[in-house]
Ligand binder design. Structure first.
Ligand SMILES: NC(=O)c1ccc[n+]([C@@H]2O[C@H](COP(=O)([O-])OP(=O)(O)OC[C@H]3O[C@@H](n4cnc5c(N)ncnc54)[C@H](O)[C@@H]3O)[C@@H](O)[C@H]2O)c1
Length: 361
């Protein structure tokens, strides 16, 4: 299996990636849970597909397993769910020597991670990501949390996993639209981190969309290595970790202006990356050719590259001003300067912004 290590001052863990990674769940959870108790958190879709297998691996390693199955979807990622999770953990007898297992996409990973960060002031979590987005991005790096009505991810904690098992054979059942969303984060990681990964995605669009497990494993491993490098350099997002927000200033504003309907997160990020590329082009930071390659690749992945009909530029700009990542009233953009390299740009005139948005219809 491809394996990437994440080495942090207070936490060091391996990310195992490949078609048989789930088979390692027993030993990984056993190492995390000296008291041999684990709570498996999943959502109903994922549990129906992979729950029995996961429980079998855990029991075979001598673990007592409690299970919580949550309703699928972003709406589940909120405080009311946390209350239910704390109670389920206590009810199942989970103690300080126990561990949480997160089996699912980013929603499950963020919830179960936050549970692990806070239950009994912190217990270990083993992340078993089953969406491409979670394998490429959310399961690694230790960000956990929930949404509020006022905004996404407003409550949370940093809590690094004790192991990550990204089984790429689970991607076979993922709806195609979700595969494309994960691919958007993969492209993001390539644009901000490594032109070679970008070329590798270009060469394997078909296999990636078909969720071919070995191709997915190779691309996921490459992206995780980039993310690991960034998280190691800046665990708490004081600097370079902000690069991972490429496409997200525009993307979040678009999602929020649409009331979180119509577009999935990865789709909004795809449009956000196109806009970031065009803004960079306008500011003389990025080449026409590279911007064109980014747009073409996102298009081939079946992702949107233009703004949804009827969405007005001034609404998007207003949302951006609201963005929690705007510091001291200033908008910050992560912009590509060439494939594999980005920088943070703070002084962008509203005129430039509107021109870029108008041209993206
Ligand atoms: N912590 C981080 O660093 C970080 C980074 C990026 C995104 N996120 C968060 O991740 C979340 C999005 O994650 P997501 O895109 O994985 O969404 P998700 O967890 O909602 O999963 C998407 C859908 O796919 C289903 N599913 C999952 N695995 C499946 C499989 N193998 N087969 C069939 N169906 C499957 C789920 O039930 C769900 O309906 C957001 O809440 C976002 O804020 C967190």
């Amino acid at each position: 299996l491809p394996r990437v290590r994440v080495d942090l001052p207070d936490a060091s863990y391996a990310v195992e990636i490949g078609p048989r990674a789930l088979a390692k769940l027993g030993p990984a959870a056993r190492r995390a849970a000296p008291s041999r108790r684990v709570l498996l958190v999943s959502d109903a879709n994922v549990y129906a597909l992979y729950g029995a297998r996961a429980v079998r691996h855990l029991r075979r390693s001598g673990l007592a397993v409690g299970v919580v199955g949550l309703p699928p979807g972003e709406r589940t990622k909120r405080l009311a769910t946390m209350a239910a999770l704390y109670e389920a953990a206590a009810e199942s007898g989970l103690d300080r020597g126990g561990a949480i297992v997160a089996l699912g996409g980013g929603v499950v990973g963020d919830l179960a991670g936050f549970l692990a960060a806070t239950y009994m002031r912190g217990v270990p979590v083993v992340q078993v990501p089953t969406t491409l987005l979670a394998q490429v991005d959310s399961s690694v790096g230790g960000k956990t949390g929930v949404d509020l009505d006022q905004g996404k991810n407003l409550v949370g904690a940093f809590h690094q996993p004790s192991a990550v098992l990204a089984d790429t054979s689970t991607l076979a059942t993922l709806p195609r639209r979700e595969v494309a969303c994960g691919a958007a984060e993969l492209v993001k990681t390539a644009v901000l981190g490594d032109a070679k990964l970008f070329a590798a995605i270009e060469a394997d669009v078909g296999k990636l969309l078909a969720a071919e497990p070995r191709t997915s494993a190779r691309l996921v491993a490459h992206a995780v290595a980039i993310k690991a490098r960034i998280v190691t350099a800046d665990e708490r997002e004081a600097g370079v970790r902000a690069h991972l927000n490429l496409g997200h200033t525009f993307g979040h504003a678009i999602e929020s202006a649409l009331g979180y309907r119509r577009l999935l997160h990865g789709e909004a990020v795809a449009i956000g990356m196109v806009l970031a590329g065009r803004l960079a082009l306008r500011l003389g930071l990025f080449s026409e050719r590279a911007a064109g390659r980014v747009e073409a690749l996102l298009g081939r992945l079946g992702l949107p590259t233009r703004l949804p009909r009827g969405l007005r530029s001034d609404r998007i700009v207003a949302r951006m001003v609201h963005d929690k990542k705007a510091r001291a009233g200033r908008l910050r953009f992560v912009l590509p300067v060439r494939l594999g390299r980005v920088r943070v740009v703070e002084r962008v005139s509203p005129r430039a912004l509107r021109a870029v948005l108008r041209a993206a219809r």
